[in-house]
Design a protein around this ligand. Structure first.
Ligand SMILES: [Zn+2]
Length: 313
C-alpha cells in the first residue's frame, strides 16, 4: 500500500502579477490525484487525465465567490475512456471518468496519451452554478483532449480572457505499483487593461510551464511562483487548501433515481427487487428496497427524463 500520509497536502495559490494586470493560480493536487486513482482504480493514463482535470477545475473553483457556487467541468471526447466530469466548490473537487480502466501505450515522446484516452474530437463544457437561477453554460470544441490546451481555448473563446494553462501529472514506479509523484496546474490570465509588455513577457515564459509536474515534485508552490514570474511583481493574495471530497447523500441519489422515470424504476423493482446505487464520484453505495423504489416511482415522470446537469448526482 502506498503511504498517502507523506504526500504533501493539496493547495492552491492565488496571486497577481504587475500590480493586478494579470492573475495567476498555481496548484498542487498530488494527494487528490492519488486519491482519485485509488477510488476509481484508475489506469495510469486515466489517472493522468483525472489529475489534469482535477487541477483545472480546482483553479476554476478557486475563482468562485459564494459557498453555494459550484463549477462543473466536463470533457466529452471520442476516446475510449469516455467522459470526464469534475465538480468544484471553493476548495473541494469531486471527479468521475466513464471507463477508468482504459490503458493506452505512451506517446512516442514518452508522455502518457491523455489526448488518446479522452479523444481529440468532442466538447468541453463549463457549467457555473451560482446556487440560484439558471446556471451559466459555456462550451467549446476540444482542441487536443490533452486538457490544458482545451481549457485555455475555453477561456479565450468562450470568456474572452487571454489565458495560459499548464497541467501536469507525473507518475513513478513505486515498490509494487505506480504512484502519483506530482500533479498540479498553472493558470495565468490577463485582466482587462493588461499591458502589452506583461503579455509578451508571459508568452516568453510559457516555455517554462511545460515541465510543471517535474518542478512540483522538487519545489514548493511559493518557490515556483517566485522563480517563474521573477521581475513581474508576483504577489500572493490567497493560499487555499484543496481536498477531494464528495457531497453525495441518500436524498441526492434518490433525486437522481427519480429522473430515470417511472418505467425504469418499475423495471429495477421487478428485476432486482430493489437497487444498490453507487455514487459515480466517490463510490459510496446506497441501498434502495422495493418499497423505496415504489415511493420514488410516485414522484417520477411516466417516461425517461433527462436530469439537469451532472453536478446534481
Ligand atoms: Zn459521492
Amino acid at each position: 500500500m502506498p503511504d498517502a500520509t507523506n504526500v504533501r497536502p493539496s493547495r492552491l495559490l492565488y496571486a497577481t502579477l504587475g500590480g493586478g494586470q494579470a492573475r495567476v493560480l498555481l496548484c498542487d493536487t498530488t494527494a487528490m490525484a492519488h486519491e482519485a486513482r485509488r477510488i476509481h482504480r484508475a489506469s495510469r493514463v486515466c489517472t493522468a487525465a483525472m489529475g489534469r482535470v482535477i487541477s483545472a477545475v480546482a483553479m476554476m473553483g478557486a475563482q468562485l465567490k459564494g459557498e453555494k457556487e459550484s463549477v462543473t467541468l466536463s470533457l466529452r471526447g471520442d476516446g475510449p475512456a469516455g467522459a470526464v466530469v469534475a465538480v468544484s466548490r471553493r476548495g473541494t473537487v469531486k471527479i468521475t471518468i466513464d471507463d477508468p480502466a482504459v490503458e493506452l501505450p505512451p506517446r512516442p515522446d514518452g508522455k502518457l496519451d491523455v489526448g488518446g484516452a479522452i479523444g481529440r474530437a468532442g466538447r468541453l463544457a463549463v457549467v457555473r452554478d451560482l446556487g440560484f437561477g439558471e446556471p451559466y453554460v459555456g462550451q467549446v470544441s476540444l482542441v487536443s483532449g490533452e486538457v490544458a490546451e482545451d481549457v485555455a481555448m475555453y477561456y479565450t473563446a468562450s470568456e474572452q480572457i487571454p489565458t495560459l494553462c499548464a497541467l501536469g501529472v507525473l507518475e513513478r514506479q513505486g515498490e509494487d505499483d505506480w504512484r502519483v509523484a506530482a500533479s498540479g496546474g498553472l493558470l495565468v490570465q490577463a485582466m482587462p487593461g493588461c499591458g502589452e509588455e506583461l503579455l509578451s513577457a508571459l508568452e516568453l515564459r510559457s516555455q517554462l510551464f511545460t515541465t510543471l509536474s517535474a518542478t512540483l515534485e522538487q519545489e514548493t508552490l511559493e518557490d515556483i511562483l517566485a522563480q517563474s514570474f521573477r521581475g513581474l511583481q508576483p504577489d500572493i493574495l490567497q493560499n487555499i487548501p484543496l481536498t477531494l471530497a464528495c457531497d453525495c447523500s441518500r436524498a441526492r441519489i434518490a433525486r437522481a433515481l427519480i429522473t430515470l422515470g417511472e418505467e425504469e424504476l418499475a423495471d429495477m423493482r421487478a428485476q432486482q427487487h430493489g437497487a444498490q446505487v453507487h455514487c459515480h464520484f466517490c463510490g459510496t453505495g446506497y441501498d434502495f428496497t422495493a418499497e423505496d423504489l415504489t415511493a420514488l416511482m410516485a414522484q417520477a415522470a411516466p417516461g425517461p427524463e433527462k436530469g439537469r446537469e451532472e453536478g446534481q448526482s
